[in-house]
Design a protein around this ligand. Structure first.
Ligand code: NAD
Ligand code: MG
Length: 400
């Protein structure tokens, strides 16, 4: 049984906490070298007390200072680092075998990239990083012989259903005809269209099946999450968007399926709890316990399927468009989405303003060829400026 040392990027978030739950269940197998968070001092401090990492990173400098004081008072031997560069440092440490990439959004790109450059096993939850940097990221994974294992539940399910010798980064597995990417449809699958503009952040964050961070919860409600996942799947499994079919499956029991040329369809089923894909990616190719309960098919009783509704969820179409445009378009779309979602959470725009902000940003920013990571960072920064201006030009909602 191999022993692995981990860096958990974004350890105080929903995925980070679930990852540490798996670590705590298997102290004979995993140890923690570094934990990182943006500014949640108390959350990171508690994790340091429990897991004794060598390093703790707080991106925010004031938060880092507060954490450092608390750590020194308790006599822990954790070194506190601050700033975004420190995220990159702890992702590439020599003593680290696995990096859980669970920072939300573009902020996770550079540390995830560093983990790839250093040939680590990357447990990829931070789909935005891959959507932004697809080609470069996959090239880096191959060049450094890194192991990229998907944690996103759908992609982890697909990975489990791929031929045994397949690894993300290889070309499309032989015999694969298409993939069926399941989606719950989020909280507004049935909401009458005219009510969409009254949707509040609290309603959007109340996902029917999954308990997640606020950004991905809004993405699930707009279905931009599924759009990001279509692109993520294309990169991971060497596919074109025409090989990916989105299937609404409100129960979230089948986490996605692979359809083979001989007519076989393989799917992975389980309760909607992220500890299953996290434990799978951490232990692969072995299996370990995750604390997730058993699936009782009799209590599930039925599984439903519907095609995706592109009128109801315009963000899904925007993601297809961005993939087809290529170049920096997906980076621009991702940045505009992050700005628009934050503006919605801050009650500065309506739910129905999110897609138009992204669409107009894509029009304004166009797409450039990508040769280096700097091109992506530049496209990200420019798109954020455009999207922020568009947000400011949008009429502030009075009803929220
Ligand atoms: P979250 O908001 O709960 O946690 C985000 C983490 O990132 C926190 O630790 C936070 O401190 C850190 N962070 C936030 N902004 C940062 C910044 N600017 N710099 C450095 N660190 C920062 O998010 P989550 O739900 O855990 O999602 C994390 C990632 O995993 C996202 O990319 C999401 O799409 C993906 N994902 C999540 C789920 C889920 O069930 N939560 C499922 C699939 C994929
Ligand atoms: Mg998912």
């Amino acid at each position: 049984m191999p022993f692995s040392a981990l860096t958990v990027l974004g350890s105080t978030g929903s995925i980070g906490v679930s990852t540490l739950d798996i670590v705590a269940r298997h102290p004979d197998r995993y140890s923690v070298v570094a934990l990182t968070a943006n500014q949640d001092v108390d959350g990171l401090f508690k994790q340091c007390q429990q897991f004794h990492p060598a390093y703790a990173v707080m991106v925010d400098a004031d938060a880092a200072q507060q954490l450092d004081e608390k750590i020194r008072q308790t006599g822990l031997e954790t070194t506190v680092l601050s700033g975004a560069e420190a995220l990159v440092t702890v992702a590439g440490l020599e003593q680290v075998d696995m990096v859980m990439a669970a920072i939300v959004g573009a902020a996770g790109l550079l540390p995830a990239f560093e983990a790839a450059r250093c040939g680590k096993r990357i447990l990829l939850a931070n789909k935005e990083a891959l959507v932004m940097s697809g080609h470069l990221f996959m090239d880096q994974v191959r060049a450094s012989n890194a192991e990229l294992l998907p944690v996103d539940s759908e992609h982890n399910a697909l990975f489990q259903c791929m031929p045994e010798d397949f690894l993300p980064g290889r070309e499309k597995a032989s015999g694969v005809e298409k993939i069926l990417l399941t989606a719950s449809g989020g909280p507004f699958r049935m909401l009458p269209l005219e009510q969409f503009e009254l949707v509040t952040p609290e309603q959007a964050c109340a996902h029917p099946n999954w308990d997640m961070g606020r950004k991905i919860s809004v993405d699930s409600a707009t279905m931009m999450n599924k759009g990001l996942e279509v692109i993520e799947a294309c990169w991971l499994f060497g596919l074109e968007v025409s090989d990916v079919q989105v299937v609404l499956h409100p129960q979230s029991i089948i986490h996605s399926m692979v359809q083979y040329t001989d007519g076989s369809v393989l799917g992975e089923l389980g309760l909607p709890d992220m500890r299953t894909p996290i434990a799978h990616a951490m232990a692969w190719p072995e299996r370990i316990t995750s604390g997730v309960g058993h699936l009782d098919l009799f209590s599930v009783a039925r599984l439903d399927f519907q095609p995706a509704d592109f009128e109801r969820f315009p963000c899904l179409s925007l993601a297809y468009q961005a993939w087809q445009t290529g170049g920096t378009a997906a980076t621009v779309m991702n940045a505009a989405n992050e700005v628009a979602v934050q503006a919605f959470l801050d009650k500065n725009i309506r739910f129905t303003d999110i897609a138009p902000v992204i669409e107009k940003t894509l029009e304004q920013c166009g797409s450039d060829d990508v040769h280096a990571i700097d091109t992506l960072l530049q496209a990200d920064a420019t798109a954020r400026l455009s999207a922020s201006e568009l947000v400011q030009q949008t009429e502030r909602p009075v009803l929220l």
